[in-house]
Design a protein around this ligand. Structure first.
Ligand code: ZN
Length: 282
């Protein structure tokens, strides 16, 4: 099942055509996309009865973020071996977790204003939580996942790495729009193999990242389990699962984003997120 946000309303696709969930269900399900995750299991069962499937031709510019007001956004800083190596960081035995403050979450086609000069890209698979959970086992991890979407963990490297021993990861990745997500949520059953999904980040036509989620250090169910060993995961929460090698600041010479550039973030089984960079104040 594919779930999109059209004028902030949960929308499924039947024979490729958009169907408004609230109206088609006779008001049984919420009119606001942010509220659908509270009733996810019932909604999923209903959507299956409607034969919900892939979107047809749709203008992504009209779509909102699949989960626009998450109560919590978790992000994992080292979850692929090659990114840990390029950043000269040790492999953790528990995920290194920071937050992207929820106000940075943006719509799939929203232009991103470059706040400061050392702004970088990080393509990530993003998990949307569909069931509340604390102390979830690895075996039950996928059952708490509503679906997957594409995200860019846009990062200000200067602010991110500022400070003597506690760098500002959370602030450095939370400027307005630094968390574009979308274009829609795809339920895990739609993937050929939900544990092995290909991702490609293309900057102005050049492939800069190319990786697969089978190389995650902490798999998606493991992340659900480990995060929920501390916090309660809530419906609509997001997990940015980490990026692989190929980011700008780890290159020689370092590369950063500039106004006018376009990032295309492709994820197998989901589609593509197109992010245009614009100057601050534009
Ligand atoms: Zn990241």
């Amino acid at each position: 099942m594919y779930l999109a946000s059209i004028v902030n309303r949960p929308t499924i696709f039947v024979d490729g055509a958009p169907v408004d969930v609230h109206d088609a269900s006779g008001g049984r399900f919420p009119a606001g996309i942010a509220d659908i995750y509270e009733v996810w299991d019932e909604f999923r069962a209903w959507a299956s009865e409607q034969n919900a499937g892939r979107p047809g031709d749709i203008d992504v510019a009209t779509l909102g973020a699949p989960s626009p007001r998450p109560s919590q956004v978790f992000a994992i800083s080292l979850n692929y071996l090659d990114h840990a190596e390029e950043a000269s960081l040790q492999i953790p035995d528990f995920p290194s977790v920071f937050t992207k403050f929820p106000s940075c979450i943006g719509a799939p086609a929203a232009p991103v204003e470059i706040a400061r000069p050392m702004t970088d890209w990080e393509l990530e698979l993003v998990v949307v939580i569909g069931r509340e959970g604390h102390l979830v086992s690895d075996a039950d991890g996928w059952d708490h996942v509503a679906g997957l979407t594409i995200g860019q963990d846009i990062s200000d490297r200067e602010l991110q790495l500022a400070g003597p021993s506690y760098p500002q990861f959370s602030l450095g990745k939370s400027f307005p729009g630094y968390g574009p997500t979308g274009p829609w949520l795809v339920s895990p059953d739609e993937f050929d193999n939900r544990d092995d999904i290909a991702l490609r980040c293309i900057l102005d036509g050049e492939v800069v990242q190319d990786f697969r989620t089978s190389n995650l250090i902490f798999s998606i169910p493991r992340l659900v389990s480990l995060l929920s060993s501390v916090v309660t995961l809530r419906p609509g929460d997001l997990i940015f699962t980490g990026t692989s090698s190929g980011v700008g600041f780890a290159r020689t010479p370092k590369r950063f984003l500039a106004p006018g550039q376009e990032i295309v973030s492709e994820v197998e089984g989901i589609g593509a997120l197109r992010t245009t960079l614009v100057a601050s104040g534009s």
